[in-house]
Design a protein around this ligand. Structure first.
Ligand code: SF4
Length: 240
């Protein structure tokens, strides 16, 4: 798709969002792949919605670039899951790492920055690296859903001023249950930590990822000692 045509689509977000509300995510992914081609990337931390996204795309548009942020602090179970899905789905995977190691970060900002200033830590280890990685991509796909805490206003397609491109959340209308039904129906692997009480899995530090009580919301257990609820990659608007 040419840049001119893509720009026309960017002027039609309201119309597209109205159409996509009734669309299956696979149709939205097919539209994105046809519209943006090689200028499209998926960004995923291999949470359940991301895995469903990757599986659908492996059938619709194999070879789509997949970006994951390797903060250097992920759980062993997460690294194992990434390796397994990279092989199984034959992903074109880009593992994006921060400019500084955890040791260099500690030398500059003190040890365990995630306990004292998690926003700065996420900026260094996630937001800034993604900004660099997404440069040149006209559109990116995220795994946001409206039934997740604090995400009820997520649009399916929007302009992402933070990264200067189009952002798509094809699963905005899906529920957590629909995601797990899909995973099981397609015998897809998921992070082993979910079976050990972790609803959401980020970095392997007690300050950032904790198990939560059964029945907690899907984002529970993240940054439990602070008001932080997002890593800073997503700029969300609440309509509470
Ligand atoms: S999740 Fe925690 S350790 Fe990971 S980048 Fe953010 S603050 Fe740092």
């Amino acid at each position: 798709m040419s840049a001119v045509a893509a720009t026309v689509y960017e002027d039609r977000f309201d119309q597209l969002n109205a159409e996509f509300e009734q669309s299956d995510p696979s149709s939205i992914l097919a539209w994105a792949a046809a519209t943006y081609g090689d200028d499209l990337a998926v960004v995923t931390s291999f949470q359940p919605t991301g895995i469903v996204t990757l599986h659908m795309l492996s059938e619709i548009a194999p070879g789509t670039t997949v970006i994951t942020l390797d903060t250097g602090l992920l759980f062993p179970e997460t690294y194992a899951l990434i390796d397994e899905l990279e092989r199984r789905l034959n992903l074109r995977l880009v593992r994006v790492r921060p400019e500084v190691t955890t040791e260099q970060q500690a030398a500059r900002h003190g040890s365990a920055l995630w306990e004292r200033d998690p926003d700065l830590c996420c900026q260094i280890r996630k937001v800034a690296p993604l900004n660099t990685a997404l440069f040149g991509y006209r559109a990116w796909i995220a795994g946001l859903r409206r039934d997740q805490s604090g995400r009820k206003a997520v649009p399916i397609v929007s302009w992402d001023a933070k990264y200067g491109n189009v952002k798509l959340s094809p699963f905005a209308t899906w529920t957590e249950r629909m995601i797990w039904v899909y995973l099981q129906a397609h015998d897809l692997p998921y992070n082993a930590l979910h079976d050990r009480g972790y609803p959401s899995i980020g970095c392997n530090t007690p300050a950032c990822t904790q198990p939560a009580a059964t029945g907690s919301n899907e984002r529970a257990g993240r940054w439990t000692n602070s008001s932080k609820s997002e890593c800073g990659i997503h700029v969300l608007t609440r309509r509470d």
